[in-house]
Design a protein around this ligand. Structure first.
Ligand code: AHR
Length: 557
């Protein structure tokens, strides 16, 4: 290590600060303290949810292949996808958007499939980065996949459906009717009969409902006050049929705290209504190149992804001004690295498709660790998007189907679901890199918008960070080492009276080039491996390899 200044990151990592190394074993490069007696709250399993939009090849060519397809399917749904979602215990899936949601009429997608209309998709004009790809199925919605097919997909995958209602272009009454279609008792209403004729007599009892999407933008370009009025109208008398509806209001774009302040002031301050269950937050790590990136692009990208924690904390503080009890939780239902300047999609029809490398696995892991460290704030999160779009866990085209490093991370991190989050402190040498203004298309976020005069100046990123949770006698500790070349010999101390009887490690990345990714021709380029952990009472030792995501599973006594 050239630099011996350490960065301490932990439960309050938003306020990471420089400290001197503690007087631990002198030989270790880094130290982790797991404070087993400092609980943070239960990690909601729903933090590990997913998002599927009627966009490009997410549904058609991704989720839905049709019952008559030669591709292995279960009632029209790609079987390989169902199997993998079961493997990672997918808790919920959001649909139909995204921006598409505010242009979608759910009534087009129910009833006999051969009678359903074909509609222009919201994404008709976003074919590829050059706009030259032919118009294809990804630009029109044949409505073969509607509410019944989506709920079927969720049931087969073991996930809860999370539906997003159209606020921009349909009346509140049509939202009520969608709830009626999904949740009214068998035989009670005409829509319940339509549902039964489609094969499902019993109600779907859909609990999670988004009230619009990005209502500051594609969902209506409302002001916060205007959207708050819409939210009131859409939610005041929505029928419940005995189902505890979790209504999710359309929250801010990244660090737009004014949107949060405006909405909360209106619905809590002016004429109080029942608090929404959730406040949706979207934050994409907007980056230029998915594959053709240089080493110098990596740390600025990680730092940008790491902004999530500050963004969440800033909104949480603003929410608390009016919602003193913090009844409303954050629902981070769109996040992930989004590459805007190159075309790495596996097929031209895949609107917003992109390749995913080990670097994306690292960014997804550090984001999930942020959620784990803030269980009192985040009730749900959905990675955008599940398949063939942005931060995808899967890529598919026709009968080809592969996982990405993002999938590996979800598979490793599932052990945190429902666990008791505990505080962890990381003490490791900071990574120094020159500040760069990353070329972006979205509006800049916070201090990452580099002023020309600060270009090239020293910037820094923590050397190790992660999260921990406990379920019974099992401790799950997930750790990211973002350093491109340096391994970190690390001593891990268990505080709070427990000792370890055994521990194993699962490693993603770890020395492999961060550009490594799977392709249809080489589907197993990225794999996790197990590694040994040294255990001695309440002390563990492990060498965290460079560019790695590691899960330690520790048996406590
Ligand atoms: O995920 C792609 C798009 O990004 C979504 O439709 C929208 O909500 C966001 O802007």
């Amino acid at each position: 290590m050239q630099r011996r200044d350490f960065i301490k990151a932990g439960a309050f990592a938003g306020a990471a600060f420089l400290i001197q190394p503690k007087a631990h074993a002198a030989s270790a490069d880094a130290h982790i303290e797991v404070l087993l007696d400092t609980p943070l709250g239960t990690i909601s399993p729903f933090i590990y949810s997913h998002f599927t939009e009627e966009l490009g090849a997410v549904i058609y060519d991704g989720v839905w292949v049709g019952e008559k397809s030669k591709i292995a399917n279960t009632q029209g749904i790609r079987t390989a996808l169902i199997d993998k979602l079961r493997q990672i215990k997918a808790p919920a899936v959001r649909w139909p958007g995204g921006c598409f949601a505010d242009s979608y009429d759910w009534r087009d997608g129910v009833g006999p499939r051969d009678k359903r209309p074909k509609r222009t998709d919201f994404w008709v004009d976003d074919r590829d980065s050059k706009g030259t790809a032919p118009l294809g199925p990804g630009n029109f919605d044949p409505n073969q996949f509607g509410t019944d097919e989506f709920v079927r997909f969720c049931k087969l995958s073991g996930a809860e459906p999370y539906l997003a209602a159209n606020v921009r272009s349909l009346p509140a009454y049509v939202f009520d009717q969608w709830v009626e279609y999904c949740n009214s008792p068998a035989g009670s209403s005409t829509y319940a009969d339509v549902r039964a004729a489609g094969g499902t007599r019993e109600p779907y009892n859909v609990k999670y409902w988004g009230v619009g999407n990005e209502s500051w933008g594609c969902g209506g370009t409302f002001t916060p006050d205007e959207y708050a009025s819409e939210y009131r109208r859409y939610t005041a008398w929505v029928p419940r049929y005995g189902v505890d509806l979790n209504l999710i209001a359309s929250g801010p774009n990244q660090d737009d705290v004014e949107w949060t302040q405006g909405f909360f002031e209106n619905v809590f301050g002016k004429r109080k209504i029942k608090a929404p269950f959730g406040w949706s937050l979207h934050y994409y790590t907007d980056l230029p190149e998915a594959l053709a990136f240089k080493a110098g692009d990596v740390y600025p990208g990680y730092s940008l992804a790491d902004r999530m924690e500050k963004i969440m904390n800033d909104h949480w503080t603003a929410m608390g001004v009016h919602d003193r009890e913090h009844q409303v939780k954050l629902i981070v239902d769109e996040y992930g690295p989004w590459y805007r300047f190159s075309d790495t999609k596996v097929d031209p029809s895949h609107v917003l498709g992109q390749q995913l490398t080990v670097r994306d696995g690292v960014m997804t892991a550090l984001t999930l660790d942020i959620f784990n460290r803030n269980p009192e704030k985040v009730a749900m999160a959905a990675c955008a998007q599940l398949i063939n779009c942005i931060d995808s866990l899967f890529l598919s085209h026709e009968d080809q189907f592969i996982t990405t490093p993002v999938f590996n991370v979800f598979d490793m991190y599932k052990d945190h679901m429902g666990g008791q989050g505990v505080r962890v402190e990381f003490s490791a040498p900071a990574i120094h890199y020159p500040r760069t203004a990353i070329k972006r298309t979205l509006s800049p976020v916070g201090d990452e918008a580099v002023a020309p005069e600060s270009e090239g100046r020293d910037a820094q990123l923590w050397g190790l960070n992660g999260s921990a949770s406990r379920q019974g006698n099992t401790l799950t500790l997930t750790v990211v080492n973002p350093h491109l070349t340096d391994a970190l010999d690390t001593q891990i101390l268990l505080r709070g009276g427990a000792t370890a009887s055994a521990a194993t490690a699962q490693v993603l990345g770890g020395g492999a080039d961060v550009h490594t990714h799977n392709t249809f021709a080489e589907p197993n380029n990225v794999q996790t491996r197990t590694a040994e952990v040294k255990v001695s009472g309440s002390t563990l030792s492990f060498v965290f390899p460079p560019s790695s995501v590691v899960k330690l599973s520790v048996q406590l006594t």
